[in-house]
Design a protein around this ligand. Structure first.
Ligand code: TXA
Ligand code: MG
Length: 310
């Protein structure tokens, strides 16, 4: 991790010139651009090959700029105090005079915002007078990057700079909650939904797909390693890698465990990097053992279902 002031300065210079740089966050790496600049935001969509309807998350350090861009309600303040900075994204109503580029959210009246918890990105944002639009730093529908090397694999020399912040601590994208009307979870992610429910003192509804609007990860294939993925596998085929949650003894080299003992944080952290490792080793397909649909399993099954769509 190259934590020095000159790298942060360099990144700031690129961003000021409406160029895109990759930034580390606690969840996954982001492909950042000035959220107030049409030019920068259009570049993000082009680099990612992302449909214009799939809106971006805007990253802030605190409420100073956000106050001008979005309407902040009581539920927001409550959750912000408890969980930000951290792996939670809020969908809020935008203000009429918000400076956010219309390309960020496809001219919609809502905006997804988040406060990333990574010292390098926080330091970078402290030097900027605009928020950062940043989707995960991968080509549309491919695996999210959790290290600078992963980002390089996705974009090669197409981006001028990757701010290296080491391996992402959480390893899964942020949990998205809409606070536009009654609170509703739009994407399961790095912050356990039950922790949010506890603070709000109610059981939160989850709405992961919608016919009307593009919701997080709604497109059919998403989070895909580019080779077939089979869930609930019992037997392994030839040239196939097998992913298990825990480490088993005396297994062949095509077994990949996500954790030693089944700890949720370790599993989350290793998830994308394991899929990427398997793909890079040249396996023709991936089989995954049955994962119970609770806790971290709920999130993995959601991502895997989308990754396994053809
Ligand atoms: O952890 C994260 O959230 C990472 C890091 C870089 O911050 N970012 C991330 O961004 O995962 P991305 O673009 O890969 O996913 C953002 C999701 C998209 O699927 C999009 O549909 C949804 O957020 N989204 C953006 N704006 C929205 C809005 N106004 N209403 C509902 N969903 C929205
Ligand atoms: Mg993404």
């Amino acid at each position: 991790m190259k934590m020095n002031q000159s790298n942060i300065k360099k990144a700031r210079k690129f961003l000021d010139k409406n160029m895109c740089v990759a930034i580390p966050t606690e969840t996954v790496y982001g492909l950042a651009g000035n959220a107030y600049s049409d030019i920068a935001v259009k570049k993000i969509f082009k680099l990612k090959k992302r449909p214009a309807t799939n809106s971006l998350i805007v990253h802030y350090n605190n409420l100073n700029l956000l106050k001008n861009d979005c309407i902040l309600n009581d539920t927001f303040h409550l959750l912000y105090k408890k969980f930000s900075p951290g792996p939670i994204t809020f969908v809020l109503k935008t203000k009429k005079n918000s400076k956010i580029s219309k390309y960020v959210n496809n001219k919609s009246k809502t905006l997804a915002v988040r406060f990333p918890k990574h010292i390098i990105t926080q330091k970078l944002m402290n030097t900027l007078n605009y928020p950062i639009a940043a989707p995960s730093a991968n080509i549309f529908s491919s695996l999210s990057p959790v290290s600078a090397k992963d980002v390089r694999e996705e974009f090669g020399k197409k981006i001028p700079m990757i701010l290296d912040g080491g391996t992402c601590k959480v390893g899964l994208e942020s949990t998205i909650i809409s606070l536009v009307n009654k609170p509703v979870i739009l994407r399961l992610g790095g912050l356990d939904k039950n922790k949010i429910s506890k603070i709000l003192k109610k059981n939160l509804k989850t709405k992961l797909t919608s016919k009307k609007n593009i919701l997080p990860g709604q497109s059919k294939i998403h989070y895909s390693p580019g080779i077939p993925v089979r869930m609930n596998a019992k037997k392994i085929k030839k040239n196939e890698a097998f992913i298990t949650l825990k480490k088993y003894k005396n297994v062949s080299k095509n077994y990949f465990n996500l954790s030693k003992n089944g700890g949720a944080n370790e599993i989350a952290k290793n998830f994308y990097s394991t899929l990427r490792k398997i793909k890079n080793k040249g396996y023709k397909s991936i089989a995954i053992e049955n994962i119970n649909n609770i806790g971290i399993g709920l999130i993995l099954n959601d991502r895997l279902k989308r990754a396994s769509k053809k």
